[in-house]
Design a protein around this ligand. Sequence first.
Ligand code: HEM
Length: 532
Amino acid sequence: GLALDIGGPLAEGFSRLGLASQIGVAFASFLFLSVLLNVLKQVLFRNPNEPPVVFHWFPFVGSTITYGMDPPRFFKENRKKYGDCFTFILLGKKTTVYVGPKGNDFILNGKIRDVCAEEIYHPLTTPVFGKDVVYDCPNSKLMEQKKFMKVALTTEAFRSYVPIISDEVTSYFKRCPDFKGKSGVVNICPKMAQITIFTASHALQGKEIRDKFDETLADLYHDLDMGFTPINFMLHWAPLPWNKRRDHAQRTVAKIYMDTIKARRARGETGAQDIMYHLMNSTYKNGVKVPDHEVAHMMIALLMAGQHSSSSTSSWIMLRLASRPDIMEELYQEQIKNLGPDLPPLTYEDLAKLPLNQAIVKETLRLHAPIHSIMRAVKQPMPVPGTKYVIPPNHVLLAAPGVSATDEQYFPQPMLWEPHRWEKDSPLAPSIVRNAPDNGEEEEEKIDYGYGLVSKGTASPYLPFGAGRHRCIGEQFANVQLQTIVAMTVRLFRFRNVDGQEGVVGTDYASLFSRPLEPANIVWERRDAAQA
Ligand code: HEM
């Protein structure tokens, strides 16, 4: 029977219950006791050498639910209660958040012996990307892989990408049945997801791969994507249907890339500007040529990294423009004024002549950065400078650069989407813009982690692309891609909100990347009705 030591009459009553009820009572007692112990522990034993722990009733569950429903709100509310550095329980794991520029620096510029990204990301990413790349290899190898990718993204390459991207955008809007006629209503998110994958695959992986997205690759990438959900942090290994489809898709996509690489090698191709071509011809410092399967796996990793972030950002941009038709009109006038009334084919150089177009991307990433939480495993005790705290090795560190990007201290009226704030004389300009030197040069400290100089980002409250050794290498590509998509869309359409709707839809935090809640409907209207 159940060995519960509860006094005579109680035990008698208990033994008269059926087995199911006995288990029920035992479970309720167990739950009650564990909640009680958990609460007592928090109230009585506060370790002054560790950050405060966010109060929670249940062990293991901890703050998982309040965090998961709205991470930015969770960070803000607890920062008010506990300060910039606090710990919460995420699925049983002690997770220490440290927000603000100091926190970003502490975590993102952490030493390799102190913090580790691959330990966290590996279970989720390796089955999707494949072996021997990114988080399935030593960090020094990732640094070399990032260098190969970054080196491939030259000005010459970007020059070739702008026409590719603008043609993809124009031809997409021409053939998409949801944009037939003079005007209509559309859920913009799936449309931007498609435009993102067509433009990124064409520019970064060449026309051959791009064309396969009209057939097999779209479904295969969808299956890969299904492996990329938060639940797979725990269940990545399980023989579940979606994991089987993920594994099949990984093998099939990798084979498509490897066959393409073989064919390109056989053709003796020279001088191409896509990343695949550059990786095919790269050599590690130890003299080993990058093997074909690694090129294939890096192709998957790049497309996945770029897809979610750029697609969500471009959807937010379109939604913001629909909520501010005046800004969309200004963007059109900016192109007329700075590029000429005939709106010639867009070039890479043109993008620099469109400051408002650039600011649209910047301001949207400030409020809607697709990555709300950046995590690292702690490898050895880490003293937090200027405090008594030492973060122990069983903790996970969590950086949330979005918190400083929406902090009144740095950005006046922080929740207001206002692209003009990135102009130096705007009353809403953040101090990083107001105090920037006139020659446009950054004074920021730079550092090389093995993939070229990057700004340390220590002082900046605005880090949508991260900082440190894991910083994004896709920033420039994403900017070129997003600015081109916006410029071409503005040439074709006027957007506005559906009648009766104000502002923009809320954010969906249920997947790994934050994105608009769907359906995110907007009204579109062709500028030149004769084109319809
Ligand atoms: C890393 C954001 C687009 C490739 C990162 C990180 C952030 C980020 C915050 C740091 C993650 C960490 O520290 O754990 C973004 C945003 C994008 C974007 C906001 C678009 C709006 C892209 C694109 C590519 C790309 C288009 C590929 C062409 C990468 C790679 C890393 C990275 C390879 C390095 C991962 C590592 O070193 O661990 N990105 N990204 N990203 N991103 Fe991006």
